[in-house]
Ligand binder design. Structure first.
Ligand code: FAD
Length: 557
């Protein structure tokens, strides 16, 4: 018990940063403690705004700018009795005296405030690479409402072209919204794929969709510098070409705003993120930190991870507030890493560990793909989606999942995230009871399908081969069990077409000394063919994911 509590004095909490993590902490704290003095200090003009909605106002999908102001300072004051100070920056922390130094941005006035507890939620700022010409006015980043306003003003003013640098969430969302406004967009990405949170083959449908919507996609390309040219700007690329454009959006990642914490001597990682314990306490137990500025625990591996996303920021704020107020739950359990993003008509989502993370951690895994309809195929608008699950080859424990397609992606990612949080196996996925009506799903949901396919494999009901590993086609015979009209739309070179319906009658055409590799559109009929041939004593494997995956694993154009 502190001295203040002994004497019944009000506890004073200063919160740095008034948006996702900071505002969540302040509001929860007030709900848990009606008496505490709570200061919410925000450097910018706005508190509690919807950062995640910013791209959609640029494109006009969210028409009303006011809708992005989730809470105003006035509302926070009246609803939660918070002392909200905007345009005010916390410039120093004196841990000895338990004081912070505040500078009012307009007047320059500097004052000091004491604290019993300090909560840091300063977020992360866009990375601006040190490149020639990068300080041009025509280069923008997107973090807050003012950034959004300035980009929207350019679009409203009639710019006709833009270069988006970086193919992560923000780059993709802004590219989509600029196309909505008929701006010609070139998206330049250093890697061979966009959306690095998913494995490369799962990003490949996004590439096709971006191009279909007129985005000039430059993968594997580095921006080397910028040069203003009259009204526009030239973007110099690593392939020696220069893109002339009206505007550049830099969306190459974010970095934690931990300068204040570092200056105060709090422990940070090599990356600059603040180290916290499960209560969100920093190395100084009176100071908490939440949101994009902290490293937390990857739940499955138990290793530190940086996941700058809104959901964790908000939940961490709740945990910090609970711990300060002596309430529960006051432990942040860590993250598995779940995200979803829309890219035109497609969506892509991922949860848990991807292949890169599993390899780095030295964890043995199987991968399994299925391509079911996201809702009943007889109901209008049915399309196939791709679900990939990564799981333990021994006990089937689910490690990760990724989903891409044009319907129902968010639902599947969230179910699979819940399954990972609960420590489920692929056998559990077979049994999950999920809501079904024709417009929403299928009686056997895509998540069940992923479970069936993975569990079949672990039980030995099917052996699979993977396009990624196919090297020696001499020793094997590839059989396409689709209908001839499907094959006409595209097949695999060297494959023989024997439709599933006639397979039993044409078995004498098949060699017994070679391995037979069967495939179909997505893997399901291939599995049926596998069972037929296995029963008849053939050496056979099913090509996982069928033609769907064959197309996805092709190297990017
Ligand atoms: P922030 O919300 O960034 O708030 C930090 C605040 O602290 C800032 O307003 C800053 O001005 C203030 N500050 C910093 N230093 C000081 C100081 N010394 N004194 C006073 N104030 C200070 N996440 C998702 O999960 N899904 C999405 O779809 C998504 N889309 C996004 C789209 C965009 C365009 C952006 C920019 C982010 C998006 N995010 C998304 C990320 C999400 O917004 C962040 O993870 C979340 O806002 C982090 O909360 P935070 O409190 O740590 O930081």
């Amino acid at each position: 018990m502190t001295e203040k509590e002994d004497y019944g004095m009000r506890r004073k909490i200063v919160i740095v940063g008034g948006v996702a993590g900071g505002a969540a902490t302040a509001a929860r704290l007030r709900r848990m403690d009606e008496d505490a003095e709570i200061l919410l200090i925000e450097r910018g003009e706005h508190v509690s705004f919807a950062n995640c909605g910013l791209p959609y106002h640029i494109g006009g999908e969210i028409e009303d700018r006011e809708k992005l102001l989730v809470m105003t300072p006035a509302k926070l004051r009246s609803w939660f009795n918070l002392d909200v100070r905007v345009r005010t920056e916390v410039v120093a922390v004196d841990r000895e005296k338990k004081e912070v130094e505040l500078r009012h941005n307009a007047s320059g006035e500097v004052i000091r405030e004491t604290y019993d507890n300090l909560v840091l939620s300063p977020g992360a700022k866009p990375v601006v690479p040190d490149l020639p010409g990068v300080d041009s006015e025509k280069i923008r980043t997107l973090r807050n409402l003012l950034d959004m306003d300035s980009i929207k003003a350019l679009v409203d003013g009639g710019i006709t072209s833009a270069v988006v640098v970086g193919g992560g969430f923000i780059g993709l969302e802004v590219a989509e919204q600029l196309r909505r406004r008929d701006v010609a967009v070139t998206l330049v990405e250093l890697l061979d794929q966009v959306m690095p949170s998913v494995d490369p083959e799962m990003a490949s449908p996004l590439h096709a969709t971006l191009r279909d919507h007129g985005v000039d996609l430059r993968l594997g390309t580095r921006v080397e510098g910028f040069k203003e040219n009259g009204a526009g700007i030239g973007v110099n690329l690593s392939d020696g070409t220069t893109l002339d454009t009206d505007m550049v959006l830099l969306a190459v990642g974010v970095k934690p705003e931990s300068d204040l914490a570092q200056a105060a001597g709090l422990e940070v990682t090599d990356r600059g993120t603040i180290v916290v314990d499960e209560h969100m306490r920093t190395s100084d137990p009176d100071i908490y930190a939440v949101g994009d500025v902290v490293t937390v625990r990857q739940k499955q591996l138990g290793t530190p991870v940086w996941l700058p996303l809104a959901g964790p920021a908000s939940r961490q704020g709740r945990v910090a507030a609970n711990h300060i107020a002596g309430k529960t739950p006051d432990r942040f359990p860590g993250v598995v890493g779940t995200s979803v993003c829309r890219v035109f008509e497609l969506a892509v989502g991922s949860t848990g560990l991807g292949e890169k993370a599993l390899k780095e951690a030295g964890v043995a895994y199987h991968r399994q793909y299925v391509g079911p309809f996201f809702h009943a195929d007889y109901y209008p608008g049915a399309v196939r989606i791709t679900v990939k699950v990564l799981f333990s080859p021994t006990d089937g424990k689910l490690f990760g999942a990724q989903v891409v397609g044009a319907g129902g992606i968010d639902k599947r990612v969230d179910v699979l995230s819940t399954a990972i949080h609960a420590g489920m196996t692929v056998f559990d996925l077979e049994d999950l009871e999920l809501g079904y009506a024709p417009p929403y799903g299928t009686a056997r949901d895509p998540v069940n399908f992923a479970g069936f396919a993975a569990a079949n494999r672990l039980r030995g009901d099917v052996e699979v081969a993977e396009w990624q590993d196919l090297v020696d086609e001499e020793d094997s015979m590839l059989i396409d069990v689709r209908q001839p009209e499907e094959v006409e739309e595209g097949g695999v070179p060297g494959a023989v077409n024997i439709p599933l319906g006639v397979l039993r009658n044409r078995m004498k055409e098949l060699p017994r000394h070679k391995e037979i590799l069967v495939f179909c559109g997505v893997g399901q009929r291939g599995y049926y063919a596998y069972r037929v041939l296995k029963h008849h004593g053939f050496k056979v494997r099913n090509m996982d994911g069928g033609i769907m995956l064959h197309r996805m694993v092709q190297p990017p154009a």
